[in-house]
Ligand binder design. Structure first.
Ligand code: SF4
Ligand code: SF4
Length: 240
């Protein structure tokens, strides 16, 4: 899941205080699970903004809230499209993907500002605790590392074993952080696959990462199917 945290309230206020009609727009998927930007959090943030507006004497500021299931797929927006058009600012509490997606969709007609800081892709080992587990590098090597990601779990993203700073299983960056390569070796010992680490690997291909512009995944069979369905619907007049 994508993990995020709400921006500090003062920072949000500085962003929004010049607007008259604001919609706080929550997303009920990942950011709801991490209690940062779901419908409930959007509602609470709305109340806080209303109170602040009253304190500041901004009687002409209106703040409303809404939420949809996902801010990264068009069909979820459709029921609220008309409602959104009535505002002069959308404060989205979706992750950065959702903010980008909505801003593209509104195409410069209404500004979309971020209400949360998107942090990482992570898991929830226990309630209220989130940990980064994947960096979306586009070239997964977990089969070579016992299921432990050196890209994000090693502070230096080392690919060939630990640096000289590893100390009794902890990372030199922080004594509270496990050394990923210590974890990898221990895991692979347990799995009985330690000898795999001695195999020479080709140099890591980082070109699948984030430095070559936005990455895309295109499922041609699904796109072809959708295009065919649209063609059929146009011929039969369905969906008009
Ligand atoms: S190797 Fe890449 S894809 Fe696999 S978990 Fe790590 S960052 Fe994610
Ligand atoms: S101590 Fe371990 S986790 Fe930390 S940077 Fe070195 S190899 Fe990576």
């Amino acid at each position: 899941m994508i993990v995020g945290q709400q921006k500090p309230f003062d920072e949000i206020w500085e962003m929004v205080k010049g607007f008259k009609k604001i919609l706080v727009y929550g997303c009920n998927t990942c950011v709801a699970i991490c209690h940062a930007g779901g419908g409930k959090e959007a509602e609470i943030l709305t109340s806080m903004l209303r109170m602040k507006a009253t304190q500041e004497g901004l009687d002409d500021m209106t703040v409303d809230h809404a939420a949809i299931e996902r801010h990264c797929e068009p069909e979820f927006f459709e029921p609220l499209d008309e409602k959104v058009k009535g505002y002069d600012l959308v404060l989205s509490t979706a992750c950065g993907v959702g903010v980008n997606f909505l801003a593209d969709r509104l195409a410069g007609t209404i500004p979309v500002y971020p209400g949360i800081n998107t942090s990482f892709y992570g898991g929830v080992p226990e309630a209220g605790f989130f940990v980064e587990l994947c960096g979306g590098c586009g070239n997964c090597i977990l089969h070579l590392t016992g299921g432990i990601c050196p890209v994000v779990r090693c502070s230096k993203s080392l690919m060939n074993g630990p640096c000289g700073g590893t100390d009794k299983g902890k990372c030199e960056v922080s004594s509270e952080t496990d050394c990923a390569w210590y974890l990898i070796v221990e895991r692979m010992k347990k799995l009985g696959t330690l000898e795999k680490l001695f195999e020479i690997q080709p140099p890591r291909d980082w070109s699948t990462g984030t430095h070559g512009g936005p990455r895309r995944v295109s499922l041609e069979h699904i796109r072809a199917y959708e295009a065919e369905e649209e063609k059929k619907a146009a011929l039969t007049g369905e969906g008009k």
